[in-house]
Ligand binder design. Structure first.
Ligand SMILES: Cc1cc2nc3c(=O)[nH]c(=O)nc-3n(C[C@H](O)[C@H](O)[C@H](O)COP(=O)(O)O)c2cc1C
Length: 323
């Protein structure tokens, strides 16, 4: 399928390791039937060792979906991309991950300092797959190395069909603010579609980012935490101008219960409960006593107890709001 069909909605889910798993992707898809989903990054080294891994699980309705690969060995990555084609509608290459253990191995954002290797990876993968290939990178490694325009052009020539760009440098990690205006310069200088990414957390920020970046669409990461409806609400706004409200506290709490139940089904009770703990701050917030409740929730390790406490939180928080 041509890349334009895969990004027809103008909004995509950005890949997040340990977050955009099978469960979250399924949830997002229930709200948006059209957005491009992306998996967490899949290490090509790990996939070479173990092919049958939960990280690649998908349902039929997950299309359009992109599978993101990380690594730095062109042949190994190409072999992995070829294998993933039976699941994926698009392959994405991680050229933006800033964390030390990734860049030390010349994966992720380190590729922005090694453009020849990045080109070789793109060419090798491209020659092995018949689906679109995309790249995701940042503005550069540091502010002294802002090579995103030339980098994007070279990825395009090497064979990339689509770009997602996070408007920060590697050295910024996740600090400061994403610079959407710079993305406009990349957009002017490549022919392939560009999605802008970084700090889009609402309909308003999506609109502002599209205006400043002139990008073809936006990719959303952390904004979906606690609100799996965000992508669908932005899509609705872009399509019709209608502003749908974010979930109420009650809806968030029942969303948390649903999410917990799905993760427990996917990972088993023990692991599922531990896995969702990092998401409590995104669901249980915005009312008096929220942090005390979160402190109690993380101590619970039985699903009945957690659900009981979530029910109590829903009741108490509504009471507090009425006072
Ligand atoms: C916990 C976490 C994990 C991430 N994992 C990945 C990843 O696996 N691959 C990738 O390309 N980017 C990854 N990112 C970066 C996001 O895709 C995105 O570029 C970044 O968070 C900025 O967008 P946002 O402000 O919408 O979150 C990750 C970000 C976070 C917060």
């Amino acid at each position: 399928m041509p890349v334009r069909h895969l990004i027809s909605s103008k909004v995509s889910l950005a890949p997040m390791a340990g977050i955009t798993d099978y469960v979250l992707r399924s949830l997002i898809r229930e709200h948006s039937q059209t957005c491009l989903l992306t998996t967490e990054m899949i290490s090509s080294e790990a996939l070479t060792q173990v092919k049958d891994t939960d990280i690649i699980k998908r349902d039929n309705n997950h299309s359009p979906i992109s599978y993101q690969l990380s690594g730095h060995k062109p042949k190994m990555m190409a072999d992995c991309a070829q294998y993933l084609q039976k699941y994926a509608d698009m392959i994405d290459i991680n050229m933006g991950c800033p964390v030390n253990k990734v860049v030390k191995g010349t994966d992720g954002a380190a590729l922005m300092r090694n453009v020849e290797l990045a080109e070789e990876i793109v060419k090798n993968i491209k020659s092995q797959i018949s689906i679109p290939l995309s790249v995701k990178f940042r503005l550069g490694y540091t502010f002294d190395e802002l090579n995103y325009v030339e980098y994007g052009q070279r990825m395009q020539v090497a064979g990339a069909d689509f770009i997602t760009i996070h408007g920060r440098t590697r050295s910024q990690m996740y600090g400061g603010k994403a610079d959407w205006k710079k993305i406009a310069e990349l957009k002017r200088n490549v022919d392939i579609p560009v999605f802008a990414n970084g700090d889009i957390v609402s309909i308003e920020t999506a609109e502002q980012c599209l205006e400043e970046s002139q990008a073809d669409g936006v990719a959303i990461g952390r904004g979906v935490l606690g609100d799996p409806t965000l992508i669908a609400r932005i899509e609705t706004y872009l399509r019709t101008g209608e502003i749908l409200p974010p979930p109420t506290l009650e809806e968030k709490i029942s969303g948390m219960k649903d999410y917990l139940m799905r993760e427990v089904e996917f990972r088993g009770e023990n692991v599922g409960i531990k896995f969702v703990r990092k998401f409590y701050p995104y669901y249980i917030n915005g009312f008096a006593g929220a942090s005390r409740y979160r402190g109690q929730l993380v101590l619970l390790d039985r699903i009945q107890d957690i659900n009981k406490m979530l029910d109590e939180i829903a009741l108490q928080s509504t009471k507090n709001m009425l006072i």
